[in-house]
Structure formats: C-alpha cells, structure tokens
Design a protein around this ligand. Structure first.
Ligand code: GCV
Length: 652
C-alpha cells in the first residue's frame, strides 16, 4: 500500500486561517445553489472549507436546501456587485461568480467576527485594485523585506500551491489585479514578453483568474531594441509600433487573463520616450494602441524626475517634477491609459503632502500608488500601520472643483507596492500583514475605517480575546505617528542611509544627485517651496497654495516640507522648532518602548511562535529608534549648539 501523501504548508494562511467558533448560525449547515462558473465554484469551495474550519458540519445540497441555508445565486453579467441578504433563517448571496467569491469571504469574515447575518450590498469603488510586485526574475525583490519572490525562481516565473494561497488572500480582501514583476525590468524579466516563459506564465495567469485577479506585466520601453533587434524604441517609428503590435498579438493570444502593462519610463535611468524627443503621452499611447485590440490597458507611472541633479542647483525641486511633466498633457492620453501617481510628490516618505498631480487630471484616468512595502517606513522590522495615511490621502480635497474633488473621487484605480515574500508569515513582521489586508478593504471601499480594519484583522489573525484585540489595535493605530516622531521631523523626510533606506544618516543624501535636500545650517533647516522659493506650492489650488506657502497656516506636520525655518521658530504651542524636534525624538522612542511593553503583556495570550517573532521585531525597532533619536538630536545639536531645554542626554 502506498503511504498516504501528507502535504505540509510551510507558510501561514494569515487571516484565512479560520478558527473554530463556539456557536454558528444554523444556516451554516447547508449550502444551496449550483454556481456554474470557475469563480462561482471557487466561491462554493471556499465557503465549504471556511465553514468546516470554523467547526460547522456543512453539506452541499444542490439547487435548494431543506431548511435554513446559505444560498449562492449566480447571476451572470452583473460585474463585481454583490448582495448578501437575509432570507428567512438563512442567507442568500447574489452576484456573478467573482462577486459570490467576494461575498463568501465577507460572510466568512463576519461569521468569524461573531456577526450572524452580515447583510451587504456593495460594489467596489474602483475597477482596478492592484498589488505591484517589485519581484525580479532571479527571485530577489527590490525593496522586499520578507524573503524571496514566490512568483519567480531561477530566472523564470514559478508556480506553486503558494501562488494559489496568495491569490486567495488577495481575493479575500477584494483585490483583483496583480503585476508580478519589478517596474525596473532587468535582463531575464524582459523575456516575459516573448514566448520563452509562456507555459509558466499561463499557469500563474489561470490561477489568478480563478480568483478574479488579472495578471499584469511590467515591460521595458526599449524592448524593441533589447528583444526585437531594432536600433530604436522611438514611439513614432512605424517599425517600433509594429513590433509592439506583433508582440502583443502573440502574448495576449497565449496568456489568458493578461490585462496589460505597467511601465516605468524616463525614470531613474529607465528608457522612455524622452530619449527620442517624444512626450510621455506619445510613449504611453503607442503601447496603448498595441494592447487595445485585446482590451488591454497601460498603467503609466508618473515617477519622472531628474535623478542626476547637482546639489548646488537650488532651483530644481524634485517635488515639482511630476506635475511639471504630466499636468500639461492632461487630455492627450488614450482612453486605456491610466497614469499611476505616487501618493506624495517625492517618494513614499512617512509624511508628505498629497501629490498635486492628483488634482490636475480632468481628462485622463489616474490611479494612486501607495507602498505597503515599508521601504522608508521601517522595512517590516518596525511596526507601521499605513492605513490612516492612505485614508488621509484618499479623503484629501484638491479644491479644484466645487464638489467631488477628493482624491478618492478623482481617481479611477488604486494600487500598492506589495509587501510580500516567501517568508513563513508572508510579510516579515506579523503585524505588517494588517497593511496587506487593510489595503484590500480600503481599495474596495475608500471610506472604510482604518481602526475598524485593524480590529477585524486582529480578531481574524489572533482570535477574539478582547485584551489582545484592544492592544493590537492600539499598537497599529499609534504606530505611524510613533515612527514619524523618532525618525524624520515635520515632513522633511529622507535622512536615511542612502541605498538601503534603513536607519539614520541625516546628511546621507545631502551632496548627492537624488534631489532630496534639507540644506541645514547652524541656524536653519529646510527648503522653501512657496512662491519665493521653488514655487512648488503653486501646483495646488489657490487656497491650498496660499495655506502651504504661509508657515503660520501650513499644517505643522508638514512645516519642514514646505519651509526653510530657523531653529528658534515658534511652533503653535510655544515651543521652538528645534525643541519640538528634540521632544518628538525622545517621545517617539519612549512610545515605541510602550508599544513593545504592551506586546509583552500578551505573552500568555498568543501562539508562542508568533509572540516571539513579533517581540524580536520590537527589539530591533527599539534599537533602531534609539539610533534615530540620538543621531538626529545630536546632529542638530552639533549644528545649532542649542541644548535640549529639558537637559536630556545628547551626545558630543
Ligand atoms: C522600483 C524608489 C525606490 C526604488 C523604486 C523606485 C520606483 O526610488 O527606492 O527602489 O524602484 O522608487 O518607485 O520606481
């Protein structure tokens, strides 16, 4: 007799690891309805498996059930809209196959949270809710902090059961698009466009499709040269246009569920239309035309700036670059181009103003790009829950129109740079999984409450002990402000170690080419961005421009983003600017200590391995927070020779 095969899953299932429930409503005993589509069938399978894991003795009943049941009513052609309604003593889910899947995950989540009849009538706010992987073909991940890629291995796309579980995780929080490779397209990844990896890509694509997740690829603008043997990638050259059309014809025919391309062009050394004297619109439109016969779309990144700036040049302001390049082109992009815009004007710092470009596109589809990979926010060694920041951005009024002028109403899609890898817990820090889960829920409903999301995530992940839930929710909700306090002050950003972006180095980027300067002297710090400075504030609507341009009216948390100020500048509460920075750093460290202590209190309430893993991360967070505190405070003291008013230790 063959030994029975045992399958070991060497990773956690995160919030999909349904816990047994003491009491479940009677309707969980029966599933009625017979979905016909692949996604509908996946919904039924997930429902069955989820209920069983919660301890229900569920059976499939065919079209109708005898007694209270969960009825899956598949209605074709209704998009992603889902209705969950109480029907007698049971529940009925009505929607297309994919909508049923979203509905099933909603039902399971709410049963796990203890709600008996979670009625829901919902459509997602955006048709594209996406994760962008910066995974390289060799399996490494640019800005990856949780292991290696599970999409690529040994230079090729790679499929495993983990791919399926990842896609389940995405669908369970409402995400429906995934770009699997890095926007910096290196040698091996170029070949994704050719027939070389068709079989592997197809497997991934089919698996994604079963859970309603479309596949996207990052492509290099100069592929016609690198792969096609042409001497140019000029978007107006007929040979280049034909090459893209032919390549797309073959690719879309062989990869089902391929939705389009993500493109980083003319950005940080990547090739793009500017090399040929063409505009960003001409570049994007050429690709848009090539994918259009297949219903494809082009996501065109707006991260275009001069990254070879001379630090002596005090006129060029990196923050202005995106608007300078893209605002004048509004209306010139084809209908299947989406401009992908980072949430802030610079680069995913812990505090930036909202990118003004998000208010300038009246006639062009746009999407906001967040980063849940914690590149500048503690690299998944520090806890930093980013949902409150994302909500601030989405709720921000751009004030160019009398109404419907918030970012969430202006954009057509959302994406985030993924924070996942092949670590056991997917995200390095166990608490970083809240960013993944939360981003999905917020992408579905941009009005979702970050605190409620944190609470739900905690219960689904750690169980429903109220002390654990309160503690974890508090840690998450405080974490961004704490991180901000002990790292970079008042919106000035950067000051991190060049290259890897972890830990303090206040002058690290100061004489470099990346355009991220603080220009601190013994008297003052910051770059003036009002009309008498770089003029960046003028990119906002008049009221916002005036508000940001005045140090007095500028929101204090952004004061040093917009202004160059003396250390003795008086803050609203009467403290000097410098004292506020000293205080923030001392307090930030203490508050990080308090978060770590709070976690330690949960020792007896959590799985010992999870507890220890997170405790380890807190140890590193505290070490690093102390480093930030002492380096920044000492550096400022050495420049200014102004001591801390409270006489705390600063090093000489
Ligand atoms: C993928 C920052 C990061 C880069 C990243 C780039 C981008 O500069 O440090 O690693 O490249 O942003 O968003 O394209």
């Amino acid at each position: 007799m063959q030994p029975k095969e045992v399958i070991f899953v060497d990773y956690s299932l995160l919030w999909l690891d349904w816990k047994p429930k003491r009491a479940l409503p009677a309707y969980t005993k029966r599933i009625a309805g017979m979905p016909a589509t692949r996604q509908g069938k996946a919904a039924q399978r997930e429902l069955m498996a989820g209920l069983k894991a919660m301890g229900a003795e569920t059976m499939l009943c065919g079209k109708v059930a005898d007694g209270p049941s969960i009825k899956l009513t598949e209605s074709l052609g209704s998009g992603e809209k889902i209705t969950l309604k109480r029907s007698g003593d049971g529940m009925e889910l009505i929607g297309s196959g994919i909508a049923l899947l979203y509905g099933v995950f909603h039902l399971l989540r709410h049963l796990a949270l203890g709600e008996d009849y979670p009625e829901w009538d919902s459509s997602p706010a955006y048709a594209i809710r996406m994760l962008d992987h910066w995974d390289n073909a060799d399996g490494s991940i640019e800005r990856g902090y949780s292991g290696r890629s599970f999409f690529f291995r040994d230079g090729k796309p790679f499929f495993s059961e983990r791919t399926r579980d990842y896609v389940r995780l995405l669908a369970s929080c409402g995400l429906n698009a995934c770009c699997i490779n890095n926007v910096n397209v290196h040698a091996n990844a170029l070949k994704l466009l050719t027939g070389s990896y068709q079989r592997e890509l197809k497997r991934i694509a089919v698996c994604l499709g079963e859970y309603g997740v479309s596949l996207w690829l990052s492509v290099s603008f100069s592929s016609p040269i690198e792969l096609g043997g042409l001497e140019t990638a000029d978007p107006l050259d007929p040979r280049v246009r034909q090459w893209w059309k032919d390549t797309c014809g073959k690719l879309f025919a062989s990869i089902p569920n391929l939705a389009g391309f993500l493109v980083k062009a003319d950005s940080e050394g990547r090739p793009g239309p500017h090399s040929y004297g063409r505009t960003q619109a001409e570049g994007a439109n050429m690709l848009a035309e090539a994918v259009s016969p297949f219903g494809g779309k082009i996501l065109w990144r707006c991260f275009v700036y001069n990254c070879t700036q001379d630090w002596r040049d005090t006129k060029t302001d990196r923050a202005s670059a995106q608007c300078d390049h893209f605002a004048p082109l509004d209306g010139q992009f084809r209908g299947n181009v989406y401009l992908q815009i980072k949430n802030g004007p610079v680069d995913f710092q812990i505090r930036e103003p909202v990118s003004p470009l998000l208010g300038h596109l009246e006639h062009t589809a746009s999407m906001v790009e967040f980063q849940i990979a914690q590149e500048y926010t503690g690299q998944q060694k520090h806890v930093c829950y980013l949902l409150p920041m994302f909500r601030e951005v989405l709720d921000f009024h751009m004030e160019h129109k009398p109404e419907h002028d918030t970012v969430k109403e202006n954009i057509s899609a959302v994406c985030a740079v993924s924070n996942t890898g092949d670590d056991y817990n997917w995200t390095g820090h166990d608490l970083a999984a809240a960013n993944l889960f939360g981003f999905g829920l917020l992408a579905w409903d941009p009005s979702a409450d970050p605190e409620e999301i944190a609470r739900e995530w905690s219960i689904l992940t750690f169980g429903d002990d109220p002390v654990v839930t309160r503690t974890v929710t508090d840690i998450l909700m405080n974490s961004r402000r704490v991180y901000e306090k002990y790292t970079v002050p008042l919106g000035i950003g950067w000051m991190c170690v060049p290259g890897n972006h972890y830990g303090p180095s206040p002058d690290g980027y100061e004489y470099d080419r990346w355009g991220t300067y603080h220009r601190a002297t013994h008297k003052e710090i910051g770059v003036e961005r009002g009309p008498d400075g770089t003029g960046y504030t003028e990119q906002y609507s008049p009221r916002l421009a005036a508000m940001y341009a005045s140090a007095e009216n500028c929101p204090e948390e952004l004061l040093l983003f917009f202004h160059r100020l003396p250390y003795d500048y008086r803050m609203k509460d009467g403290r000097t600017l410098l004292q506020r920075i000293y205080d923030d750093h001392f307090e930030g460290y203490e508050e990080a200590q308090a978060m770590s202590d709070a976690w330690n209190e949960l020792r007896d309430k959590l799985d010992p391995e999870v507890y220890a893993r997170v405790q380890d991360r807190f140890r590193e967070q505290l070490r690093c927070a102390k480093e930030w505190r002492d380096v920044i405070n000492t550096w400022l003291y050495r420049l200014s020779l102004i001591p801390d008013e409270k006489g705390r230790k600063i090093y000489m």
